[in-house]
Design a protein around this ligand. Structure first.
Ligand SMILES: [Zn+2]
Length: 156
């Protein structure tokens, strides 16, 4: 038996042909991973948006404001109003760089973050990202700039 028992909910191959919208199969239609949470907006495995949820919006909720990014859009986070349209969210924080990170939502509905060579780092769930490397963001992640500027990632 699989240690987590998740494979038990896999449908047999012959049952996969006729997926209907009302199917109760709890499986990603793209990568066929079993979905731990079928009500989620995206697949835990391939990070694609699950069907029937509409186009997702990426939101990051910081104590000083909520940022919103639609599919196909990106947003620079930082303290410099000339570089970041949401600079006012970060002006209270001296440890945030003028151009700190970029978040975006691609056309497939996957959210991403990239550290822009910030002084004090960009963190996802406590892990510091290497500079200028694209990292996926998932619903429920914590995105943190520097030591203490923490935002909650929502993708739905
Ligand atoms: Zn998937």
């Amino acid at each position: 038996m699989h240690p987590h028992g998740r494979e038990q909910t896999l449908l047999p191959p012959e049952a996969q042909g006729g997926r209907r919208p009302d199917s109760t199969a709890m499986m990603c239609p793209y990568c066929e991973a079993v979905l731990a949470n079928p009500a989620a907006a995206q697949c835990d495995s391939c990070l694609r948006p699950l069907p029937g949820k509409g186009a997702p919006t990426l939101r990051v909720q910081f104590p000083t404001g909520e940022l919103k990014v639609a599919a196909g859009q990106s947003l620079v986070l930082g303290r410099d109003a000339g570089q970041s349209p949401v600079a006012s969210t970060f002006t209270p924080y001296d440890n945030v760089s003028r151009r700190h990170s970029t978040v975006w939502l691609d056309q497939q509905g996957t959210a991403w973050v990239r550290d822009e060579g910030s002084t004090n780092g960009t963190f996802v769930n406590g892990e510091r990202l290497p500079p200028r490397v694209d990292a996926p963001l998932r619903d429920g992640d914590q995105l943190r700039l520097a030591a203490d500027v923490a935002g909650n990632v929502m993708l739905n």
